[in-house]
Design a protein around this ligand. Sequence first.
Ligand SMILES: [Zn+2]
Length: 252
Amino acid sequence: MSLDEVDREQFASQFYSRQLLIEQLGAAGQEKLSGARVAVVGVGGLGSVCSLYLALAGVGYLRLIDPDTVAIHNLHRQILYSADEVGHPKAELAAKLLRKKNPLIKVNAVIEKVDALNVETLLEDVDVVVDCLDNFQTRYLVNRACIKLGVPYVFAAVTGLEGNLAIFNPPDTGCLECTMHSQKENSPKRVFGIIGAAAGIMGSLEALETIKLIADVGSNLSGKMLVCDFTDMSFMTVPLPKNPNCSVCGSR
Ligand SMILES: [Zn+2]
């Protein structure tokens, strides 16, 4: 179904009708979502689910950044991709699917590896950066760029049966490196075991916090970290104090 301008409004009112019933969100929150620009860094296990729910919630512009192509070992958790798409760029496939899932939004694919030279360009002119990465080297680059650009940074990580979620927004909160500082920066990338459902839960929670942050709904995980242990389903929220001696955000 293609949408002309006349149908568009009607389609939108029905598409979001169940979401609009949430009192804390309402039309005002939906408008904020429609006007929001979000960069999703990584469209793997976390990013597949996170970007899907951001798209379905009506975030007006999504920039999906990922240099990789689909591999067979991705398919058990990276739900945007199918076996017949192995070898194709993830960002492009994801963007194409999300445009189909919600024709009301704009989705842009960036098939580039985030590095020290391009990180600020890739993340400028967005309202929120969502980290769906699998390594701390790139996370530190993203963290530093977000501080410089003054953009809130939604962090999630999942390994095995554990997941973490937080929002960093200095100077109101500390940053990633206040608590998880650079000792891991030069460590080689490790391959962790992962269950698709665990990545899905964390990606979904990440989308939910991003939606709440944009639409100003409830309280969010700014300055706190949700620590999920799926082995016994214990969920704990711990404060993440600012580190005044942090070499990245401490001087602010
Ligand atoms: Zn810091």
